[in-house]
Design a protein around this ligand. Structure first.
Ligand code: FAD
Length: 139
């Protein structure tokens, strides 16, 4: 089974890590040139105080730790690639259309947060979710 995780953020990195650990073939697609989303790009030097089990950690360190954990698994990471559309194919296959190439998989999990830090993409992807039955999850 092949899973595409869209959005290389904390949620996306951890999702990709777990899915690969459980035996799925995973591809992680991120629009920006780096992983970590808001943590890496908006507030890398902020202390985060509300992560269960971690009393105090810098955002960029937490993001890097998630990346190290992710790299312990065989996950394909695709950067600089924005997902434009997701189409359900026959036999439960999904086609991920991006501004680069297209990818095919069985399941999709969207972890784009507020999109590229605006709510715009979320509403678009919510509409896509409604047309994809149980093959697509938005977090
Ligand atoms: C100043 C500030 C301080 C904060 N402090 C805290 C805190 O202390 N504790 C806390 O719990 N939360 C805090 N937050 C909130 C926290 O940053 C967010 O809840 C968190 O980043 C959301 O993560 P996310 O994984 O949902 O997505 P985001 O971090 O929003 O990232 C979304 C990612 O998806 C990618 N993406 C979007 N659309 C596409 C697409 N179509 N194709 C491919 N990739 C796409 C984007 O490039 C981005 O990398 C803070 C937020 C801010 C702004």
């Amino acid at each position: 089974m092949k899973l595409s995780v869209i959005g290389g953020v904390p949620m996306g990195m951890y999702t990709a890590y777990w899915a690969a650990k459980r035996g799925l073939k995973v591809i992680l697609i991120e629009a920006l040139s780096n992983l970590g989303g808001q943590l890496t790009n908006l507030f890398p030097n902020k202390c985060i105080l509300d992560i269960p089990g971690i009393s105090n950690i810098l955002s960029k360190q937490f993001s890097f730790d998630l990346y190290k954990q992710l790299k312990s698994q065989d996950v394909e990471i695709v950067l600089n690639t924005k997902v434009k559309n997701i189409i359900k194919q026959e036999q439960n296959d999904m086609e991920i259309q991006t501004d680069n190439q297209n990818y095919f998989c069985n399941y999709v999990i969207i972890t784009t947060g507020c999109g590229n830090f605006t709510p715009k993409i979320t509403s678009q992807l919510t509409q896509i979710e409604n047309s994809c039955n149980n093959n697509l999850y938005i977090s």
